[in-house]
Design a protein around this ligand. Structure first.
Ligand code: ATP
Ligand code: MG
Length: 266
């Protein structure tokens, strides 16, 4: 694969590289020299690079280095293709001016999604949630909810739960994919949804979110504000990261060693 990259054999490189799991692509990417990485930017699209960045687990200053190697427009397009929560994480490592710059050249919808996530305090539910969830209404049929699911599935972080909201976008119910698929087409969503929804507040501590996720065994939890407006979701894969971070913290304290950042395999 490296040989193809060195020799400038674009198609051969792409064919081998894109077969890898995004996590393995990310691993490969960080192991390369700046020169080789620059070649990768030329051979891959912003969407393909976005998949790599969605799977990177690196230090703050490394984000700065990688981004500075790319053309700003390419960076903006890549960020727009990333999940909004991950893109916000990356931008939170940069200077305000740089952030503003990327957001200006990005397409409006993606910029709005990311911007909305930039202001949440670290270690809160808001800081780890994503806005790419599937929302439906109580007064629609299973058939029409299925159409929404089909339309939104490609962009949603998880399709396993559909969240039911009212006109004010307040959270009123939840339905699993399994429940949707096993319901008759003409049934109303309000008749099959669960209306006792477990949610977390946007400013709740991420450890508390992890605890709830473990206790209830859900694959995702909805995040709401004080007035029960649905703001986003947190998926279990983001919680796995929280749990390993907290474990490192606690272990370091216990062992009486300084709180060093251990490189984790996510
Ligand atoms: P089961 O395991 O019972 O077959 P499932 O596989 O459809 O259910 P699970 O992920 O196991 O889905 O969720 C269990 C149940 O919890 C489902 O009925 C789902 O609608 C419901 N549920 C999902 N998220 C929430 C939530 N945040 N609050 C309350 N209920 C929820
Ligand atoms: Mg289940």
């Amino acid at each position: 694969m490296l040989q193809a990259l060195y020799d400038g054999k674009i198609e051969a490189f792409r064919k081998q590289f894109l077969k890898l799991h995004p996590y393995d692509r990310a691993k490969f990417y960080v192991e390369q020299s700046p020169e080789v990485r620059k070649r990768m930017y030329e051979y891959l699209s912003p969407a393909e690079m976005a998949e790599i960045f969605d799977h990177l687990d690196i230090e703050e200053d490394e984000y700065k280095i990688y981004l500075s190697e790319m053309d700003p427009l390419f960076v903006a397009q890549m960020l727009a293709h990333m999940y909004a929560d991950n893109a916000a994480d990356v931008l939170n490592e940069l200077d305000k001016k740089e952030v503003a710059n990327y957001l200006t050249i990005m397409d409006d919808e993606a910029a709005k999604d990311i911007q909305g996530l930039l202001h949440y305090k670290e270690y809160t539910a808001g800081s780890i949630m994503t806005t790419e969830y599937i929302a439906i209404h109580a007064n629609q049929t299973v058939r029409s909810a299925m159409q929404i699911l089909k339309r939104e599935a490609a962009n949603a972080e998880t399709i396993y739960y559909l969240y039911v909201v009212n006109e004010q976008r307040q959270l009123v119910g939840v339905l699993s994919l399994r429940e949707l698929l096993t319901s008759d087409d003409d049934v109303m969503i309000c008749d099959v949804m669960n209306d006792r929804v477990v949610s977390v507040f946007v400013d709740e501590d991420q450890e508390e979110v992890a605890r709830k996720m473990q206790n209830y065994d859900f694959l995702a939890l909805p995040v709401v504000d004080m007035n029960n407006h649905l703001l986003g979701i947190i998926t279990v894969d983001d919680i796995v990261d929280v749990i390993s971070e907290e474990a490192t913290d606690d272990y370091s304290k216990l062992a009486g060693v300084p709180d060093v950042d251990i490189q984790y395999t996510p």
